[in-house]
Structures are given as structure tokens and as C-alpha cells.
Design a protein around this ligand. Structure first.
Ligand code: ADP
Ligand code: ADP
Length: 218
């Protein structure tokens, strides 16, 4: 479903992503594991088309790579939970996104219910806790009912209840046949969530393995 070949990204002197080649399958949660600065976010942002690659390709669902944001109907992404206009209500944030992407407005209520924000949907996003902003970001990712979901550090800063909730959501989305990509710098966050593990260090591929195989080998 996602084929990444020789993908690299250079920021001046820094080779943030260095010749990555891997595939991501539908029906699985694929975890991108590596320390801070390893290149996980840059890799995910290139897959979503938000960063331009310096070289290489990332084909998502047969769509050749272009450095433009992928439509919400193709890829839903949670990249920066702070990136919501604080003065907008949750409802209007999602309504604007739906309108801009040709998504029926009825989806807004459906995703608000899905993430458990229906009772606070008239509150301004600026009054939300990190966990609520995270849920709003996930609602936006789900809006287009996309076959690919990309979650960058989705468990960061969440309370145990939020962690359990996002984990089960990712498992459910994969069980529905979607490709779910998540990143984390903690192996403990991967063990219960990911089916497949891609380990990145200093921009390079260190391991590409099933979770079961990784645990048996270490
Ligand atoms: P991770 O998500 O694994 O923490 P990142 O992809 O955010 O890693 O960063 C990889 C490397 O690229 C780091 O050295 C980081 O400082 C650098 N980097 C990321 N984004 C930028 C940018 N916009 N400008 C310059 N350097 C960047
Ligand atoms: P707009 O100001 O964008 O025209 P409205 O507030 O008039 O939107 O509401 C349009 C529709 O959306 C109505 O059916 C309303 O019931 C519904 N709606 C508006 N705000 C919310 C909300 N926060 N949560 C759920 N439904 C809402």
C-alpha cells in the first residue's frame, strides 16, 4: 500500500532521512521507532506530502509522490496537535476541513462522536487540554474515512486512559483494513500497539521486522 524507495531529506548540513526503503501494509499498525531526532517525523511528513523529499520516492496507494498535502480522503494525519486555530470551536474546525475537502458535513458529527468530543464540540479549541487537542486531531484524521492513517507520537503527553483509548482506536482502524502508521521514541509504546516495526536511527533504517520477530530476537 505504501512503498518508500531511497527516500532522503537534507536540511542544510543535516541528513535528516538517509536512503530509507520500506513498505507498509494495510491491515497493520506499523510503528516507527527511534530516538528524538532520528528522522521519524520527517519521514511521516514526506509520506503525507507535507515535506518535499531531497531524493527518492514514496508511493501511497498507487499515487506517485508529490510534495503536496495528500487529500484527507486518501491519508489522515495527526502530526502536530497544537496546529488547531485556538479561536475556532471543535465543530467549526472540522466543518471547515470537511468543506475544504469535499467531505459531507454529516461526517463532522460522526467523527466528533467517534473521538468522544461531542459534548464539547461548541468549545473553542484553545480551551482544550492536550488530550482533547489530540482527540480533535484524530477526528480530523478520520474525517475523510481514509485508507491510510499517520499518527506522529500519538501517545505523547496523554494520561493512561487516553493512551488506552488511542491504542484501541489504532488497533480497530487496522482491523478494518487500513494502514496505520505511528511513531514513538519508546519501545514500551510499540509493544502493545504495532504489528510491524521500522526502527530508524540517524535517518537510516536499522530494522524492518514483524513485532513478534523483533521481540523473539531481542
Ligand atoms: P524525530 O521525529 O525522529 O524526532 P525529526 O524528523 O523531527 O526526528 O528530525 C530529524 C532531524 O532533522 C533532526 O536532526 C532535526 O533537527 C532535523 N530537522 C527536522 N526538521 C527540520 C527543519 N524544518 N529544519 C532543519 N532541520 C530539521
Ligand atoms: P454555521 O454557523 O457554520 O452555519 P451552525 O452553528 O448554524 O453552523 O450549525 C449548522 C448545523 O450544525 C446545525 O444542524 C447544527 O445543529 C449543527 N451544529 C452546529 N454546531 C454544532 C456542534 N458544536 N455540535 C454538533 N452540531 C452542531
Amino acid at each position: 500500500m505504501i512503498e518508500v524507495r531511497g527516500l532522503s531529506k537534507r536540511y542544510g548540513e543535516v541528513l535528516a532521512v538517509d536512503d530509507l526503503t520500506f513498505a507498509v501494509r494495510p491491515g497493520e499498525v506499523t510503528g516507527f521507532l527511534g530516538p528524538n531526532g532520528a528522522g521519524k517525523s520527517t519521514t511521516l511528513r514526506m509520506i503525507v506530502g507535507l515535506d518535499a523529499a531531497s531524493s527518492g520516492t514514496a508511493t501511497v496507494g498507487g499515487r506517485p509522490y508529490v510534495a503536496q498535502p495528500t487529500p484527507l480522503k486518501e491519508v489522515g494525519a495527526l502530526l502536530d496537535p497544537g496546529a488547531v486555530l485556538p479561536s475556532r470551536t471543535a465543530y467549526h474546525h472540522l466543518l471547515a476541513l470537511a468543506a475544504g475537502n469535499g467531505i459531507p458535513s454529516g461526517r463532522v458529527k460522526a467523527v466528533l462522536a467517534e473521538v468522544g468530543l461531542e459534548n464539547v464540540s461548541r468549545r473553542r479549541a484553545g480551551t482544550f487540554s492536550l488530550g482533547m487537542r489530540q482527540r480533535l486531531g484524530i477526528a480530523a484524521a478520520l474525517l475523510g474515512d481514509p485508507p491510510v492513517l499517520v499518527f506522529d507520537e500519538p501517545l505523547n503527553g496523554l494520561d493512561p486512559e487516553g493512551i488506552v483509548w488511542i491504542r484501541s482506536l489504532m488497533r480497530r482502524m487496522a482491523a478494518e483494513g487500513r494502514a496505520v502508521l505511528m511513531s514513538s521514541h519508546l519501545m514500551s509504546e510499540m509493544e502493545l500497539t504495532a504489528d510491524h516495526l521500522i526502527v530508524i536511527g540517524r535517518g537510516r533504517l536499522i530494522a524492518d521486522t514483524s513485532m513478534k520477530g523483533f521481540i523473539e530476537a531481542h
